[in-house]
Ligand binder design. Structure first.
Ligand code: PLP
Length: 306
């Protein structure tokens, strides 16, 4: 988003806009505030993580709730902005400068690993991220920084999986999902705008795309929190949910170097089941504290226990 806003400033734009499932709106609002540019955000009605909207609200962006889903919101924005003279600079991932910024995730991965991974598993909503990451890896290979490129493995939720469906059926086109449903609101998208680039990334890299169920996403979200101490929002847990399936189905091997990209923090979406806060009330005396402690310590610790 910093690249996108910098470009908007170069072009002397005064109004930037995006349609968003939440996270894009938070970064658009923040960078626009810093740049002194007005930000207009179109969100689907309902289902956006509160942590995301709080960020956009704090930065005083104008948030418009469109009566419809994300696909309706982005269509409205792109159709409108397509006309000349609207004075609106769109900063969704259809904007090539967003992709130039987002591709650096590939640079960071290779820099940190000292090589390219064998597989990159990444959540797919509007399909900007997977396209951008693939561009980054391809460019590094082209200039000889890495010897090989990873297989790009896109992950969607099973109620919103047009790309995974197209891959599994070997289609060159995607079918639209009119009413996408999943707990992972960041990837609740039925008609990804960058689907062509995503199919290309997956096919060029000899990767694949798979769909995971909401229960699997929630399970992976819990596992990441309890086994790794990494607290992510549901869309971010989708790659880890997929990892279990692709290991079992031998799409990837345990010995391969595989990176799952965790895209969003858990606090962004406090309405998900993992965010249900549970406390135990105790009296402020040491006997009561000791009694409770004994019970806690006698219980098994680790995933699944409270
Ligand atoms: C947390 C999170 N993960 C994944 C995605 C999917 O990225 P893309 O829409 O570029 O496919 C998004 C998009 O908003 C997101 O917010």
């Amino acid at each position: 988003m910093t690249v996108g806003i910098t470009r908007a400033m170069e072009l002397n734009e005064h109004v930037v806009a995006c349609a968003s499932t939440g996270n894009t709106s938070a970064s658009l609002a923040a960078y626009a505030a810093r740049a002194g540019i007005r930000a207009i955000i179109l969100i689907p009605s309902g289902g956006i993580g509160k942590g995301k909207l709080i960020q956009a609200t704090a930065a005083k962006a104008q948030i418009l709730e469109v009566e419809g889903n994300f696909d309706d919101a982005i269509k409205l924005l792109l159709d409108f902005a397509h006309e000349p003279g609207t004075g609106i600079y769109v900063l969704n991932s259809v904007n090539p400068f967003r992709i130039e910024g987002q591709k650096t995730v590939a640079f960071e991965i290779c820099e940190q690993l000292g090589r390219a991974p064998d597989n990159v598993v990444i959540p797919v909503g509007n399909a900007g991220n997977i396209s951008a990451a693939w561009k980054g890896f391809s460019e590094l290979k082209k200039i000889g920084v890495i010897d090989s490129v990873p297989r790009m493995i896109g992950v969607q939720a099973s109620g919103a999986s047009p790309i995974a469906d197209a891959i599994s059926k070997g289609m060159s086109d995607i079918g639209e999902i009119p009413n996408p449903r999943t707990i992972a609101s960041a990837i609740r998208i039925g008609k990804p705008v960058s689907w062509k680039k995503a199919l290309l990334a997956i096919r060029e890299s000899k990767g694949t795309a798979i769909a995971v169920k909401d229960e699997e996403i929630i399970d992976a979200q819990n596992s990441l929190a309890t086994l790794e101490g990494i607290f992510v929002e549901p869309a971010s847990a989708a790659p880890v949910a997929a990892l279990r399936n692709i290991l079992e189905s031998k799409v990837i091997d345990r010995d391969e170097l595989t990176v799952c990209i965790a895209t969003g923090h858990g606090l962004k979406d406090p309405e998900t089941p993992i965010c249900e806060v549970r406390t135990k009330r105790i009296r402020a005396d040491s006997r009561s504290f000791k009694g409770v402690l004994d019970t806690i310590i006698s219980q098994p610790s680790g995933p699944g226990s409270n």
